[in-house]
Design a binder for this molecule. Structure first.
Ligand code: DC
Length: 229
């Protein structure tokens, strides 16, 4: 399927499968995949390790200046790095998950991440996932999808993901973490999670990833009058 140089924005709640879907879609279309959540997670890990955030989620204002020296980037295989160090495993831990939402409420941190996304997306042909891509970061994205799924299905998915990564999660804690993140993400002042008016809703509680890909390909074909396969 030959697709023009567009930007595809995938937003939605945590653990709705946005990144697995976006990665697969990027592969199928030959697009670049950008995981904006990984950048917020990278900033969170940096803030934790460098002592800019405490257990009460209080963030030191000194973090703003320190971000200037933070070399956060993606390898071509989508792994996230700080300088030479791959931080993929650390940024998916419960420790980072439990402090990433407060970090993502801070306006200067959002500006830091947005600037990086704009820089990386310069060439177009990008699929990006996050919470505010279609509303704030790329409001002119040609295709916008808002993903949602039943909260229990989402908690189970996150739980399975953590088990696969060798962690020993507790399902109730995972549920509670998701509930809190949904709340903070949707109620923060700067760029809260919300559906762009022109975003298509994709509820994937009972869908396989290939069904999702087929559905979105159908949308793209319809929008750009593509008749080939
Ligand atoms: O998609 P994720 O679970 O990896 O995202 C981690 C956190 O980052 C999530 O709790 C909210 C925040 N986030 C955001 O505020 N805006 C984005 N565009 C992406 C993520």
């Amino acid at each position: 399927m030959i697709v023009p140089d567009i930007i595809i924005a995938i937003d939605g709640f945590s653990s709705t499968g946005k990144s697995s879907f976006a990665k697969l879609m990027a592969k199928e279309l030959g697009f670049l995949y950008l995981d904006s959540g990984a950048l917020y997670r990278g900033v969170t890990l940096f803030a934790q390790e460098e002592g800019f955030i405490n257990k009460e989620n209080e963030i030191s204002p000194a973090l703003e200046a320190a971000l200037e020296g933070l070399d956060l980037w993606f390898a071509t295989d989508n792994r996230t790095f700080i300088g030479e160090r791959c931080i993929e495993k650390e940024i998916r831990s419960m420790e980072v998950s439990s402090q990433v939402s407060p970090i993502a409420t801070v306006p200067y941190i959002r500006r830091f991440v947005d600037a990086k996304l704009h820089e990386l997306a310069k060439g177009g042909r990008v699929i990006m996932d996050g919470r505010d891509i279609g509303t704030t970061v790329f409001p002119n994205a040609e295709i916008k999808i808002f993903m949602t799924a039943d909260p229990d299905v989402r908690a189970q998915r996150r739980y399975d993901e953590l088990v696969m990564k060798g962690e020993n999660p507790n399902l109730d804690e995972v549920k509670e973490n998701l509930r809190q993140r949904d709340y903070i993400d949707s109620h923060r002042e700067t760029s809260p999670l919300s559906r762009a008016k022109d975003a298509f809703i994709l509820d994937n509680s009972n869908m396989t990833i290939s069904e999702e890909v087929a559905w979105v390909k159908g949308l793209i074909k319809g929008k750009f009058n593509i008749y080939d396969d």
